[in-house]
Design a protein around this ligand. Structure first.
Ligand SMILES: NC(=O)c1ccc[n+]([C@@H]2O[C@H](COP(=O)([O-])OP(=O)(O)OC[C@H]3O[C@@H](n4cnc5c(N)ncnc54)[C@H](OP(=O)(O)O)[C@@H]3O)[C@@H](O)[C@H]2O)c1
Length: 374
């Protein structure tokens, strides 16, 4: 299989490259944000036909570089690619996703912010089998929902570890520093998604992601804290039964499943034995500790440009927290301020979504200046 990997130097990108090594896939295109050692190591090893980056200096003689605002789109349309793995952060994954899908190409999509921002523009692709989720909960839900008629499914439950600060007393949260919130109990991931796990914004975004991918009403999608994250998703059927998907918390499985669907990958993970399951405990998230869940549901109910604004504002606020200029408990209030100031547009096209993304980043910077006095 010939792969294009967007975000090849990141957490999902590196695991995709590991799958390419194991399975003998050819990597024909890669991208990163920065030109640097990590990118050049990938280029040296995989010798892609094409590569792209946004910042830094080129190193001629190692393949063809494409650049400019259309670079990711060009990679997604690279001739001969069988599948495009989209694992960049944020909104920039949407254009290549749409381009690849329009060209009839399989997209293994990790970039959940782009999925929820793209919403209506992507729904047809899911139904057409071209957009496959690379998120452990959604890959699990996708398998559980296969061959189920919508009227048979009453509820989807996705699980969360509760993030790095799950067991902190609420009144200590304002003092949480980046190094505290980056200590995820189960997964090693990029910084943005790890902080989003601590605020549970990641799970709120995933509720919206499931709404787009599976066409289920928001009120039929539930979130439970399940500290060990062995159970990734549960589906309740109309007869009252609950079906669960259990696997080791390891992204190799959802990535491989997305690449080979409708087949299942052989031995993507070491199987679980019943004694590996330990205590399977679940509890509902406390809405006071995790206001992001309520906010995401409100955003999903309005729809239109709101999900794009949510993700862009959140990215700016998380970057400020990581730079130690915004307290942890101010991340969600900054996002909420931006959402309140936004005049949502319904049924947006790509240009309207891009404009909303730019607007939200500027509005979030303003909100930050007002809060931090910088
Ligand atoms: N990590 C996980 O286990 C996991 C699980 C499910 C879903 N996801 C989702 O997958 C996406 C990637 O997550 P990650 O953890 O792999 O992130 P990551 O480790 O931060 O990697 C992001 C990758 O994208 C590149 N990149 C970032 N912003 C970009 C931009 N604007 N344009 C082009 N390239 C850009 C980065 O390049 P540089 O290295 O040069 O910065 C890097 O290669 C996120 O949407 C995340 O929510 C991740």
């Amino acid at each position: 299989m010939n792969l294009v990997v967007l975000g090849a130097t990141g957490s999902i990108g590196s695991q995709t490259l590991e799958i390419a090594r194991r399975r003998g896939h050819r990597v024909v295109g890669v991208s990163a944000y920065h030109a640097g050692d990590r990118l050049w190591r990938v280029v040296d090893e995989f010798r892609p036909e094409v590569y792209a980056f946004q910042e830094g200096d080129d190193r001629p003689g190692v393949g063809r570089r494409v650049d400019g605002p259309d670079a990711l789109r060009e990679l997604a349309l690279w001739p001969g690619a069988d599948a495009v793995v989209v694992a960049v952060n944020g909104f920039d994954g949407l254009t290549p996703m749409l381009a690849a899908i329009a060209a009839g190409r399989r997209v293994a999509a990790a970039t959940k912010e782009s999925i929820i921002a793209g919403g209506d523009l992507l729904r047809g692709a899911v139904a057409g089998g071209l957009l496959l989720p690379v998120d452990s909960e959604h890959a699990a839900a996708f398998q559980l929902l296969l061959r189920r008629r919508p009227e048979e499914v009453r509820r989807l439950i996705i699980t969360t570890s509760g993030g790095a600060l799950r067991d902190w007393p609420i009144d200590r949260l304002p003092a949480a520093r980046p190094q505290d919130a980056l200590r995820h109990p189960n997964w090693s991931m990029g910084q943005l998604v790890t902080i989003n796990s601590a605020t549970l914004m990641n799970k709120g975004i995933e509720v919206l992601e499931a709404h787009v991918l599976f066409g289920m009403p928001l009120e039929a999608i539930d979130v439970w804290i399940h500290p060990t994250q062995i159970v990734h998703a549960l589906v309740e059927t109309c007869d009252g039964a609950l079906y669960a998907s259990l696997a080791r918390p390891d992204m190799m499985l959802p990535i491989e499943q997305a690449l080979v669907h409708p087949d299942l990958p052989q031995e993507a993970l070491r199987p679980l034995e019943p004694e590996d399951l330990g205590d399977l405990t679940f509890r509902r998230p406390d809405p006071l500790r995790y206001p992001s869940l309520r906010l995401c549901r409100e955003v999903g109910t309005i729809g239109g440009t709101m999900p794009a604004v949510l993700c862009a504002a959140n990215e700016v606020a998380v970057a400020a927290f990581l730079a130690d200029v915004l307290p942890f408990t101010e991340i969600i209030p900054v996002v909420e301020t931006v959402l309140e100031a936004h005049e949502p547009q319904s049924a947006p096209d790509l240009a309207a979504l891009q404009a909303s993304d730019r607007w939200a980043r500027a509005a979030a910077e303003n909100a930050l200046r007002r809060r931090t006095g910088r």
